[in-house]
Design a protein around this ligand. Structure first.
Ligand code: ATP
Length: 511
């Protein structure tokens, strides 16, 4: 088979648009930067991913490291919460990325995304660029009389403020237009009620986790969970990202799938930190295995343990933090984060207890250890949109031998359409047989019927949609009650009995 090895993000984006996986939000008005809509195939793919997460982490997770069934419960909390939540969590004060503005072009950049070409001589300008967006940079260097191989490439944040006067911004032509990095709050604000003043200001949540922490006490009081147990939630989060880019990877509205897993405070119950590490390692490995199971089984998925100096303030003394990362075409040869797994200590619960004024009275009572404490948490926090994007990139398989030139190799569980039912021609009683089969199958599986157009074109559409099986009703079906099954990956065709199709799909797809 003639399969090109390289995948281009432009080709993947074009297929997503053409086949209705992902479109720009409000596209007929020119779109809106950082917001994306899912079309029929994309919405189904995203739901399959979220359903798999719900099933595999809440309804039927594997046993924990203690060999007992994992206790997990869901919540569904609001996007707008009391603004005090975000003061307690540290987001109002600290949810900032240092930003650099260009006074000339009004462009704004995240300081940690900027790199600088530093020439060996002190009187030459310093050329600043956005990492990953080096298009046209060698031309710009040449114009300044600089050669890339003679310059050192340094992080913008490493250079002194006194160097600013020599710097030419990524979109500017002359030096001196960049500002020093300034803090920029990433939370969207809105106002509650009729009056728009400071009192009525509220935020759109930048993470779903705080909904879990603030309802922790209600969950404990109303269900029978005991540490160790987890609360899970999926839902929309919003961040006013300064440079939304790389398709849906960095969006301003996105969906998260978050778990807070509550375990005894090792200092209070006299357990070794080893117990906390055991839970941390278990979640890290389980989540990594899950991403592999849903279709990211190749070399593009990695697990990366953070160095100590990368850790968030609350995690410095913890059991660890790691990222599950995927090599997207736009990050290659590097990787981009799909999910973070962190030991957050008991920072959040303590903060909320303190800020709501009840302090130690809000400690959890552990009957088994006869002790009061704020449980520690292991937090696996994943992005549904980045997950879908990784599934799309992984599935995209160029194949010059097919009429479509490409097919989407989704795992059967993730495939938006599990099977297509195709009458060879739209006459001679074939559509009627196809319709009956379609009615029977759709009760159990996401199937589609497609009656018109030549069969090659219909196969090509299904290849691009990533449909694992096509059942074709032809002249022989009418005489011997068999259909052909076409396998998306091998292109092999075999005949099976019409009344065995449902069992065939059940075996291949599950469900
Ligand atoms: P990054 O460093 O890429 O901004 P982060 O470390 O701030 O991400 P977290 O706060 O750990 O991300 O959020 C958990 C998950 O939510 C991420 O792993 C990612 O999948 C998803 N996520 C975060 N920000 C965005 C975004 N702007 N667009 C899409 N998904 C996002």
């Amino acid at each position: 088979m003639n399969t090109k090895l390289t995948k281009s993000m432009d080709d993947i984006t074009a297929l997503c648009r053409r086949r209705g996986f992902i479109w720009q939000s409000s596209e007929i008005y020119g779109g809106v930067n950082g917001f994306w809509d899912y079309g029929p195939l994309g919405a189904a793919l995203k739901k399959n991913l979220k359903d798999a997460w719900w099933t595999d982490t809440i309804l039927c997770p594997p046993d924990g490291p203690d060999g007992k069934p994992l206790q997990m419960v869901p919540v569904d909390t609001t996007i707008i919460m009391n603004p005090k939540v975000w003061v307690a969590s540290g987001h109002v004060g600290g949810f900032n990325d240092p930003m650099v503005d260009c006074r000339k072009t009004q462009a704004r950049y995240r300081a940690d995304h900027l790199k600088v070409y530093v020439p060996p001589v002190a009187d030459k300008p310093l050329l600043v660029f956005v990492e990953g967006q080096e298009v046209g940079i060698s031309k710009k260097l040449k114009k300044l009389g600089l050669a890339a191989d003679q310059c050192a490439v340094r992080d913008f944040t490493e250079l002194a403020p006194t160097d600013l006067a020599r710097m030419i911004g990524p979109d500017a032509d002359e030096p001196g237009s960049l500002t020093e990095p300034r803090q920029f709050n990433l939370m969207f604000t809105t106002h509650l009620g009729a009056v728009r003043d400071e009192e009525s200001q509220a935020y759109l949540r930048p993470e779903t986790a705080q909904g879990i922490f603030t309802q922790f006490w209600n969950v404990v009081d109303t269900s029978r969970v005991k540490t160790p147990f987890g609360i899970a939630q999926m839902g929309k989060s919003f961040r006013n990202e300064v440079t939304p880019r790389n398709f849906t990877f960095r969006s301003r509205e996105f969906e998260q799938m978050e778990i807070e897993f509550f375990i005894p405070d090792p200092d209070v119950v006299g357990e070794e930190i080893a117990q906390t590490r055991r839970w941390y390692a278990w979640w890290r490995d389980h989540r990594y295995a899950w991403w592999r199971k849903v279709g990211l089984a190749g070399d593009n998925l990695i697990l990366r343990e953070h160095d100590r100096d990368e850790l968030a303030h609350y995690a410095k003394d913890g059991a660890g933090t790691s990222d599950i990362e995927y090599r997207f075409p736009f990050t290659a040869p590097g990787f981009g984060e799909l999910e973070g797994v962190a030991h957050r200590t008991n920072f959040d619960l303590r903060q909320h207890a303190q800020h709501c004024g009840r302090g130690d009275k809000m400690r959890y009572f552990d009957q088994e250890h006869n002790a009061h404490y704020f449980p520690h948490v292991i937090e696996p926090s994943a992005g549904a949109d980045r997950g879908v994007l990784a599934l799309l990139c992984e599935a995209y398989t160029p194949d010059a031998d097919r009429p479509s030139g490409v097919y989407m190799k989704f795992s059967p569980r993730m495939a938006p359409i599990k099977a297509a039912i195709l009458p060879l021609v739209a006459k001679d009683g074939m559509p009627e047989v196809a319709e009956k089969l379609y009615r029977d199958l759709r009760r159990r599986f996401a199937v589609q019927i497609d009656i018109k157009q030549n069969i090659g074109k219909r196969y090509a559409r299904m290849d691009e949609a990533g449909t694992p099986y096509c059942f074709t009703i032809d002249g022989q079906t009418l005489s011997d009650q068999t259909v052909t099954v076409r396998d998306r990956d091998t292109l092999a065709q075999e005949r099976i009995a019409l009344d065995k199709v449902e069992a065939f799909l059940g075996e291949k797809i599950g469900g």
